[in-house]
Design a protein around this ligand. Sequence first.
Ligand code: FAS
Ligand code: PHB
Length: 392
Amino acid sequence: MSKKSTQVAIIGAGPAGLMLGHLLRQAGIEAVIIERQNQAHVLSRIRAGVLETVTTGILEQLDLAERMHAKGLPHSGVKLADGERLIRIDIEGLTGRTVMVYGQTELTRDLIDAAPYRDLEIIWEAEDVAVHDIESDAPCVKFTKDGIESRIEARFIAGCDGFHGVSRPAIPDSVGRPYEKVYPFGWLGVLADVPPCNHELIYANHANGFALASQRSLTRSRYYIQVPLTEKLEDWPDDRLWDELALRLGPDAAAHMTRGPALEKSIAPLRSFVFEPMHHGSLFLVGDAAHIVPPTGAKGLNLAASDVAYLSAALIAFFSENDSDAIATYSEKALARVWKAERFSWSLTMLMHRFPDDGVFDRRMQVAQLDYIASSEAAQMEIAENYVGLPL
Ligand code: FAS
Ligand code: PHB
């Protein structure tokens, strides 16, 4: 049995675990990350693309923002399309702030590459990870590494292990309350080394369904289309996918669209999910372990960052000043921001997708809301301030 102790045991080397681990080590707090996959697998996942200032701010605070500023694309606006028109939301003009287009993969790479130089230990390929004694002041994480049973004792455990992790299930059913909405469709995402069709993101509501034109750089694009949950990737050869994207995104996007071979294609289901509380005993839930949003609002990764901002400050206060107040209010503070982002992501999903059971009235409501957004600065401000990220 291999045994060690630390102050904070972090489960999961996704963005939440990595950002939290770095911030704690920067403050001189002992932390170890236990990750079940290997590094290549973590870096192979293609996920978020739009960073709020809460996320870019953490990279700045860690002095790990150099590559983001070199490769990332600051965006000052975003567009909504519905077949007839393109409505631009002037994010910067309305809020004074921008969002950063920089792939989650790149952010994860920056954090992983820096870990050895910041004395942040990441235990990769940990098997059978389990949390114990979370209702005590001496919880521990047990796992197997290279066939050796291992145990890490800690004062706190941060469950940064995503939606399918082991942390959330460790909270007793008598304590935890899940809230969930599952959408009757998924997103088929494609990555291709072609220049974007527009210098900004385009969210489109078309009769055939939703589409999104996003990007990773001036030479790499990321696109999505809404597909039924029964759809299979083999049903979508590249040509069919490019044709459908051109149709759904509208004539202007189609005229500027460059086609090319898919580097990656995947279908992700959409759900809204929140688990309360995000703190029980010595266990904290962070990021996707506690909440999931439909990616329509580009909030998933950014909510992980705001959870990390709240929890890192609370843990630093606890270990540096013996102050437990922020620990005690972490769940309440994090959930207040989570629910606002859940609402925004849900509302944009309802506005921009075609639901199988929608009737003509539902469609008229979508058209009326898009008319309102096109004609009202107040309506555009609501979108802008949520898209760029509400204050912490
Ligand atoms: P993550 O899921 O990223 O990381 C959890 C980590 O914990 C993983 O590395 C996992 O291997 C590890 N883990 C799990 N169980 C474990 C165990 N038992 N022991 C040890 N380790 C364990 N968000 C957006 O904003 N925009 C998007 O376009 C977008 N697209 C997405 C597409 C997909 C398919 C998915 C699944 C999510 C997408 N998201 C998107 C949301 C996504 O970016 C998350 O919000 C973000 O990864 C959250 O980061 P973490 O909370 O760190 O969770
Ligand atoms: C992406 O680039 O992957 C992306 C961007 C914005 C979203 C969702 C996904 O709302």
